[in-house]
Ligand binder design. Structure first.
Ligand SMILES: *Cc1c(COP(=O)(O)O)cnc(C)c1O
Length: 249
């Protein structure tokens, strides 16, 4: 049986908890935007729901959340199917194998982790098929940029900044794909500010060549303030709204 949250908030402590946590995060976003002098231009909030059940996403939708993020196709596809009655935009934010492109094209509005030409081609083909068969819209593509210095450190994925222009051309030239902008995950164990500053510079170069591609997907629970300071337009927030995730096996 599908777990359905009780519609009466007083009977659903989890809904109340999510509402509280969401309110705290929205306050942090507003405060950081105020600091950055961009109160009239708040970033979009994508709630990253990986590892949490579809019932939580249903609660979040009832609380006004419109955009959710997932990082594994199998999990995302199942949740999108179960929640097909909701008007949600699904954002794929994890490393993506080309063989998963067909599945992702069925439910995702955006992919934030485009990092190589083969993936661009696979997504373009898959999206065109879906456009023909189900009339889906173009897929928004963010180029994931690696902000690591090349030696050492844990690699968190993404294309080297030098590879962004060619990837951008390929996306912009592909029917079915819409070049949105850049995405990054701050390196572990280093202050996020300089990393997001670097991302802003990569974004500025991209926008010079592709004026419509000004989106910057940056900022997670730990570093959303720094991301907003350096121009994030899309935040990807998980644990500060949903609580901690079970450890990955
Ligand atoms: C899990 C994840 C997030 C959310 O991270 P939190 O620290 O839980 O806010 C954001 N972006 C990506 C790519 C993720 O995998």
């Amino acid at each position: 049986m599908v777990e359905r949250p009780d519609d009466r908030p007083e009977h659903d402590p989890r809904r109340a908890e999510l509402a509280d946590r969401l309110a705290v995060v929205r306050k942090r976003i507003a405060a950081a935007a105020g600091e950055a002098g961009r109160s009239g231009n708040l970033p979009s909030l994508i709630v990253v729901t990986k590892f949490h059940p579809a019932a939580d996403i249903r609660r979040l939708a009832a609380l006004g959340v419109t955009d959710v993020g997932e990082n594994r196709d199998q999990e995302a596809a199942a949740k999108a199917l179960e929640l097909a009655d909701l008007k949600l935009a699904w954002h794929f934010v994890g490393q993506l194998q080309t063989k998963k492109a067909r599945s992702v094209a069925r439910y995702a509005a955006a992919v934030h982790s485009v990092d190589r030409p083969q993936l661009v081609d696979a997504l373009a083909k898959a999206v065109r098929n879906e456009m023909d068969s189900s009339g889906r819209a173009q897929l928004e593509c963010f180029i994931q940029v690696s902000l690591e210095d090349d030696d050492g450190g844990t690699h968190r994925g993404g294309a080297a900044p030098a590879d962004v222009p060619l990837l951008a051309e390929r996306i912009a030239g592909a029917d079915g794909l819409k070049l949105a902008g850049v995405m990054a995950v701050a390196p572990l164990g280093a202050p996020p500010g300089p990393a997001f500053e670097k991302l802003a510079a990569v974004s500025a170069l991209l926008v010079a060549a592709h004026p419509g591609a000004g989106a910057i997907s940056a900022g997670m629970s730990q570093d959303l303030e720094a991301a907003i300071k350096f121009g994030a337009t899309h935040l990807r927030i998980g644990s500060d709204i949903l609580g901690s995730r079970p450890a990955v096996g």
